[in-house]
Design a protein. Structure first.
Ligand code: UD1
Ligand code: CA
Length: 465
């Protein structure tokens, strides 16, 4: 059995953030989730994974409880280095009688499970080996622990950048922070760690030196430099985010999405694009967004957690969040669909229309300059330009219900709560304050006066003065 420890208790000082580093997101997912993907794949069962967190009840602990209730947590308080973190995990008894303990860092998000499994195999192949460490050779190794070797190229130690000499700094082979340990040896060694280094921390990397001292072997496995990137700063985060989003865009194209300017498109990894979709330039699709086949998302749209059916046309520059858009709808340009918008098939929502908690049944048209909030509108109803549901009376929100086949003329205000019956007509400019009966006609306007020659007389008066 393999037990996996995921280190996530570090302060992440270099992020300069009140949010724990591992909860920062790349391509729409917290870093810790990526590391957990790897941890689960290696451990087989989430119950064999223990995450080291900094304090009881902090954000990381709460996040794990809510999203990954099966993983164990170990509290390291205060965080005094990676060795101390693994100690905290060992103390909980989480390793049991596991043959191997794998240690992963919560801030190395591009690591693949295959590389870690290879590391475990490398450890198990060599009877004398106490630990296998994944290394990588980077053109710029700044910030990482270096793999120091002797003349015969045998492993000697890992030296942290802050503790290293200028010649050691030139070493380009680095420690990725990924290890497979013989569990028994690890447990014996952890109490022997000291904090005699520039950071006064207990370094996990010192366990490797202890292995050599105990005449055991340290196996090094050289891995993909692209997967080694550790996130220590916001700059690192941007690099990881960019790489993952680029991958997501490429995967979308392979999956049948037309993206003509891929370098301008921002996709969270969690977005689902069905085949034969089109994403135009400068589109941002985030969260749990799903785009059905045949649908086009127009230039410059920003979309989060929205579900689009098939053959939807979203014209340019719409902002859409937590909305459901049915088959064949036409949206925008410049529409804003907010949370709780639910458009059935064939609905048209045009330019400068805002919707919120609005259920529009099949074939509804609201094409221009309209606010529809807290409302349900029956099939085939036409909502004219400039219509406003007055849903808020200064104290509470109220609902507007409009039936099927209604014609709401331009510049109508519907003062909620109010109901307009099926087949009714509301004249342009009406302020609807009373329910309109089925097939009724509502008009509320100041009667128009026409003064014969009044326009000319007015102009003449103005000219004189
Ligand atoms: C560490 C390694 C370094 C390696 C690099 C790879 C050590 C001493 N150094 O350095 O050799 O090249 O990772 O990315 O191990 N953590 C805790 N508790 C602590 C301190 C850290 O849980 O007390 C966690 C952090 O949350 C993080 C991981 O351990 O997920 C690594 O810690 P970090 O401080 O980032 O170590 P590096 O300086 O990057
Ligand atoms: Ca790090």
């Amino acid at each position: 059995m393999t037990s996996v420890v995921l280190l996530a208790a570090g302060r992440g000082v270099r992020m300069r953030s009140s949010r724990p580093k591992v909860l920062h997101e790349a391509a729409g997912r917290p870093l810790v989730d990526r590391a957990l993907d790897t941890a689960f794949a290696v451990a087989g069962d989430p119950a064999n994974v223990v995450v080291v967190v900094s304090k009881e009840g902090t954000a990381v602990g709460a996040y794990l409880k809510a999203n990954h209730p099966k993983v164990k947590t170990a509290v390291q308080d205060p965080p005094r280095g990676t060795g101390d973190a693994v100690r905290a995990a060992a103390k909980t008894g989480a390793f049991g009688k596991a043959k191997t303990v794998v240690v992963l860092s919560g801030d190395v998000p591009l690591l693949e499970a295959g590389a870690v499994k290879g590391l475990v195999d490398a450890l198990n192949k060599d009877k004398k080996a106490a630990v296998a460490v994944l290394t990588a050779t980077l053109p710029n190794p700044t910030g990482y622990g270096r793999i120091v070797r002797d003349k015969k190229k045998s492993f000697v130690r890992i030296r942290e950048e802050k503790d290293s000499s200028s010649s050691e700094r030139k070493i380009c082979e680095i420690n990725t922070g990924t290890y497979a340990f013989d569990r028994a040896f690890l447990e014996k060694s952890l109490p022997l760690l000291t904090s005699e280094n520039s950071q006064s921390e207990f370094y996990l990397t010192d366990v490797l030196s202890l292995a050599l001292k105990a005449k055991r072997k340290v196996v090094t496995v050289s891995g993909d430099p692209g997967a080694a990137l550790g996130v220590n700063s916001r700059e690192d985060l941007a690099v990881v985010d960019g790489l993952l989003r680029e991958r997501a865009v490429r995967a979308a194209m392979r999956g049948g999405t037309t993206i003509r300017r891929p370098e301008t498109v921002t996709l969270d990894e969690t977005v689902v694009l069905e085949p034969d979709t089109t994403v135009e330039p400068f589109v941002t699709l985030l969260g749990k967004t799903v785009v059905g086949s045949g649908t086009t998302i127009g230039q410059g749209c920003v979309v989060k957690n929205a579900v689009f059916g098939q053959n939807v046309t979203v014209r340019p520059y719409c902002v859409i969040e937590s909305a459901v858009v049915g088959d064949g709808c036409v949206v925008g340009p410049f529409a804003r669909l907010r949370e709780g918008t639910d458009l059935a098939a064939g609905v048209h929502v045009g330019n400068f229309v805002e919707t919120k908690k609005a259920k529009l049944h099949a074939g509804v048209k609201a094409n221009h300059l309209t606010y529809l909030g807290d409302t349900e509108i029956g099939p085939r109803t036409n909502v004219g330009a400039g219509v406003i549901t007055c849903n808020y009376d200064g104290f509470a929100k109220h609902k507007t219900t409009i039936g099927a086949d209604v014609f709401v003329g331009s510049d109508v205000q519907l003062v909620a709560p109010v109901t307009v019956g099926d087949g009714a007509i509301v004249g342009a400019g009406t302020t609807v304050t009373k329910d309109v009966p089925r097939d009724g006609l509502a008009v509320a306007r100041v009667p128009q006066k026409n003064l014969e020659g009044g326009g000319a007389a007015y102009r003449a008066r103005k000219k004189k003065s």
